[in-house]
Design a protein around this ligand. Structure first.
Ligand SMILES: *Cc1c(COP(=O)(O)O)cnc(C)c1O
Length: 393
């Protein structure tokens, strides 16, 4: 189906932050499959984990115990607020599980009217029917029938609107601590803790969608960790970096929030399969390393400083630099789709984003030398954008 606007590039091989086309041209990858290849391409440890597991066992049904699943779940719970985990194959499925978990929690307590999920303008939670309803993005909903009941949207960063939206039918709030597709808009620690408090005061559940911003991307293992435990969610969705490129996602919950999800409430054929668990376990080990998280903070600091310099030197191209850690948004004065092409001409791969942003989402182990090279290529893309704007004027 023609659902993708594909760039005219095909890659054959990857190594670290480099991608090589079928005709051997090298590109510096600062989008990493939209925050998926967080350890770069062909990371030796992930390759080995996949190969080893591939020779043993690919799939068994979830009607059996799966030791790799138990191990990864335990590991995720040790690293987070969570007590229980459901494994999925994608981010959107993790969001589906989160929505079901939140509603069932209230239902089991007799609060059957509490079904509303409050989401935010500019959010992205995936492309399933429930996920597009949770984000409320009109262009993703158009043509797919009436919006589903039980979903409410409020503006991002407007506490009064959020308070006004909460009522006796509210089940949960779903929010990305750093909006990804929306253009790298980060919540402050104060905003996160205020939302946590609001949920506590009103008996509603807090769902963090950390599918893009989690697993080291912001320089802490999870973006809400910047609140040092003061803004832990009840339910959290992860995916993307968890498999480093192998499809895997997870919905994490506290024992209380997950309590109504009993035998038969939910399921998945492939979710938590041994291949995904082997790669996920290896990826999590690497992503949780304090040295890696410190490295993310260092490289992110470098990018922020350098890109802010470009904003000063190219005010006709770069309007704003934002985001958190290595989820970097650069808001442009020239069309972002064209800028992505200028960057490709400089052999730099970057992602698009809402609000006319481009996003830099490099592998978290990008070296400082590679970061320097990325900035140089980005600057040359700014030159191209400037020249194009001037020629058109
Ligand atoms: C990518 C993404 C999703 C959807 O993940 P899929 O694996 O594409 O289903 C959901 N939420 C956020 C924040 C994302 O970035």
């Amino acid at each position: 189906m023609g659902v993708y606007n594909r760039a005219p590039l095909a890659f054959e091989r990857g190594e670290g932050a480099r991608l090589f086309t079928t005709d051997g041209e090298a590109y510096l990858d600062c989008m990493a499959g939209i925050a998926v290849n967080a350890l770069g391409h062909a990371h030796p440890r992930l390759v080995q984990a996949l190969k080893d597991q591939a020779e043993k066992l690919w799939h068994v049904s979830n009607i059996f115990k799966i030791p790799g699943q138990e191990a990864l779940a335990k590991r995720l719970c040790t690293e987070t607020f969570a007590d229980v985990v459901f494994f999925t194959n994608s981010g959107a499925e993790a969001v589906e599980c989160a929505i079901k978990t939140a509603r069932k929690y209230h239902w089991a307590r007799g609060d059957v009217e509490r079904i509303d999920i409050i989401g935010f303008d500019g959010s992205f939670h995936g492309r399933t029917v429930a996920a597009v309803n949770a984000s409320g993005n009109a262009s993703y909903l158009e043509g797919f029938g009436p919006p589903l009941p039980g979903f409410v949207q409020v503006p991002f960063g407007d506490p009064d609107a959020l308070k006004a939206a909460i009522g006796p039918t509210t089940a949960a709030i779903i929010i990305e601590p750093v909006q990804g597709e929306g253009g790298a808009r980060a919540m402050s620690v104060a905003e996160m803790t205020a939302i946590r408090q609001l949920c506590d005061d009103n008996g509603i559940l807090l769902i963090f969608d950390e599918i893009q911003c989690g697993l080291g991307r912001t320089g802490r293992l999870f973006a809400h960790d910047w609140a040092d435990g003061q803004a832990n969610p009840d339910i959290m969705c992860v995916a993307k970096a968890l498999g480093g490129g192998f499809p895997v996602g997870a919905c994490l919950a506290t024992i209380e929030a997950g309590s109504a999800m009993s035998v038969g409430s939910h399921g998945s054929t492939y979710g938590g399969n041994p291949l995904a668990m082997a790669v996920g376990g290896a990826a999590l080990d690497e992503l949780a390393k304090p040295e890696l998280l410190a490295h993310v903070r260092e490289v992110a600091g470098y990018f922020t400083q350098q890109l802010s310099g470009l904003r000063d030197r190219y005010p006709d191209v770069v309007v704003d630099v934002r985001g958190k850690g290595l989820l970097i948004g650069v808001k442009l004065a020239t069309p972002n789709r064209e800028f992505m092409q200028h960057a490709r001409e400089e052999h730099l791969l970057i992602a698009g984003g809402g609000d006319n942003c481009v996003r830099l989402l490099p592998p978290l182990n990008l070296t400082l030398d590679e970061a320097r090279e990325a900035v140089e290529r980005f600057e040359r893309a700014c030159d191209r954008a400037r020249a194009k704007a001037r020629a058109a004027a």
